[in-house]
Design a protein. Structure first.
Length: 186
C-alpha cells in the first residue's frame, strides 16, 4: 500500500485478525495508525488514476466477514448473497463504535455476518429511493445515551419473541487498534 503510514499495521479478519502486507479489492481491513493520517487525497493514486477493478462477488465465510466496497458508493440494503438469504442481520460500520451502515463507501471496511459460506454481491450503485432497511422495529423501546464527546449509543428494549442472533455485533477490534477508529478497504 503506497503512501501508508510506515508504522501502521494492516489486518484482515478470517475467524480472527491476521496481519497482511498486501490488500485485495472487496476485502475490508483494520489499520492501526501511529497518529492522525488522511488517505484517499488523490496524492497516493496511481499515475493513471484510480484503477477500476471487476466487481466480482466476494467469497464470504460462515460467521463474520470484513468487506470493503469498490470505487463507488453502494446501498448496504441492496447487498445480496449467493446462495440467497445467507446474510444474518445488518451490515455494520465502525467509527469509535459499531453502527448499522446505510451505504458502503469507498475507502472503508464493513462487517457482514453470514449463516453459511456464500458469495457476497455488492450492488453497482446507490438505490434511487435511498430508503434504508429498518432493522430495529419502531415499536421497540429505546434509550439514547450520549457520552461527553457527543457520541450516541442506543439501547433497545424488546418484549416477546425475538431472534437475538440477528442483532449480534461484529467482533471487537484488537486492543492495539483502539487507538484509531480507521477502517480501510483494499
Amino acid at each position: 500500500m503506497a503512501f501508508r503510514d510506515p508504522v501502521a499495521n494492516v489486518f484482515k479478519y478470517l475467524g480472527g485478525y491476521q496481519s497482511v502486507t498486501t490488500t485485495t479489492p472487496g476485502i475490508g481491513y483494520w489499520m492501526k495508525h501511529s497518529g492522525p493520517r488522511t488517505y484517499n487525497t488523490g496524492d497516493e493514486w496511481p499515475a493513471g488514476g484510480i484503477q477500476i477493478v471487476p466487481h466480482d462477488p466476494i467469497a464470504g465465510a460462515s460467521g463474520w466477514n470484513l468487506i470493503g466496497g469498490y470505487e463507488i458508493a453502494a446501498t448496504a440494503a441492496l447487498v445480496t448473497t449467493n446462495p440467497s438469504g445467507q446474510q444474518s442481520g445488518p451490515i455494520y460500520k465502525y467509527s469509535g463504535g459499531y453502527a448499522v451502515a446505510t451505504t458502503l463507501d469507498p475507502g472503508y471496511g464493513y462487517w457482514i455476518k453470514l449463516l453459511s459460506a456464500a458469495q457476497i454481491i455488492i450492488p453497482e450503485t446507490l438505490a434511487k429511493d435511498g430508503k434504508p432497511v429498518e432493522y430495529f422495529p419502531e415499536n421497540w423501546g429505546k434509550i439514547v445515551l450520549t457520552d461527553a464527546t457527543g457520541i450516541n449509543y442506543t439501547l433497545y428494549a424488546v418484549k416477546g419473541e425475538t431472534d437475538l442472533s440477528q442483532y449480534e455485533l461484529p467482533p471487537a477490534p484488537m486492543a492495539e487498534c483502539l487507538i484509531s477508529d480507521t477502517v480501510v478497504e483494499g
